[in-house]
Write a protein that binds this ligand. Structure first.
Ligand code: ZN
Length: 278
């Protein structure tokens, strides 16, 4: 089957109003039996009076939590965490770019909050790219970093007038000094539009995340063809219904791919037409 190429694909505005109105209070997302030292990203940013993306100074935030960040050459990992009592040392690879360094440090701070008292951590880039769907300590640390560096209210304020596209992801990543993958995940998950973000490695799906509007019954196929430019494609090229569900695949979706590493491609999928539920 062939599909039509669209030189000027339709663009949708990100709608954020309902998200802002449903903002949850600090710590509520972390409800449960938390240790006394635990502070959510929202709580930290509130305590430090952060009101602009440029205020998110990871060294100062870490110091506020008893952790000192050092920059050194590291082999085989991007960041390490060594804790003793209420103090910690976070070592970040000084040869990485600034967005990667910031994410690495915030990821280790996530371990410091969630995993204090356990063994030391040494985390590689693979954990930052690969751990977004399975529930494990790496994903928790990634989520902590994402919420710290891309705070919901600030991010929505900046994203409000932008179209839902990877071009917008680049612009926001520059504004917040964050990685493209973390920024893209944040943009999709906070968007009210119908969107999925897929990370694939040599045509094989690694993980995907969805906006809240996308029904659970849609799943990204294991084998995908990201392509190299924005184009429209049949929904069946990328999506399949989960077993036992009756969602109808969209006839056409917009495919917006971007390479983030030699073997890794991020692809933003957006609906050209709203989904039809049986
Ligand atoms: Zn880690």
């Amino acid at each position: 089957m062939r599909w039509s190429l669209s030189p000027s694909p339709p663009r949708r505005k990100i709608t954020v109003k309902s998200r802002l109105e449903s903002e949850r209070p600090v710590r509520s997302r972390y409800a449960g039996s938390l240790p006394p030292y635990f502070k959510s990203p929202e709580q930290l940013l509130l305590e430090l009076g952060v009101s602009e993306p440029s205020d998110i100074l990871i060294e100062a935030i870490a110091q506020h939590c008893g952790a000192t960040i050092l920059y050194e050459s590291l082999e085989g990992s991007e960041a390490r965490l060594l804790g003793y009592g209420a103090r910690a040392l976070i070592t970040v690879n000084k040869n990485a770019g600034v967005p990667r360094q910031r994410f690495s440090a915030a990821h280790e701070l996530g371990h410091w909050m969630w995993d204090r008292g356990k063994m030391a951590f040494s985390c590689a880039e693979q954990q930052f790219h690969g751990e977004w769907s399975k529930d494990n300590p790496e994903r928790r640390a990634n989520r902590y970093a994402e919420e710290l560096l891309l705070p919901r209210s600030l991010f929505l304020r900046e994203a409000r007038s932008l179209p839902l596209s990877l071009a917008s992801v680049k612009s926001l990543a520059h504004r917040f000094q964050t990685s493209l993958s973390a920024t893209a995940i944040r943009l999709v998950e906070l968007s009210d539009s119908l969107a999925l973000l897929v990370c694939s490695e040599q045509g094989r799906r690694r993980w995907f995340v969805r906006s809240g509007s996308v029904p659970w019954g849609y799943r990204v196929k294991n084998l995908v063809v990201p392509g190299s430019r924005i184009e429209e494609a049949p929904g069946s090229f990328w999506l399949e219904p989960r077993e036992g569900t009756t969602v109808r695949l969209p006839e056409t979706i917009l495919v917006d791919p971007f390479r983030i590493a030699p073997n890794l491609v991020l692809t933003l999928l957006t609906w050209v037409q709203p989904p039809v539920l049986n």
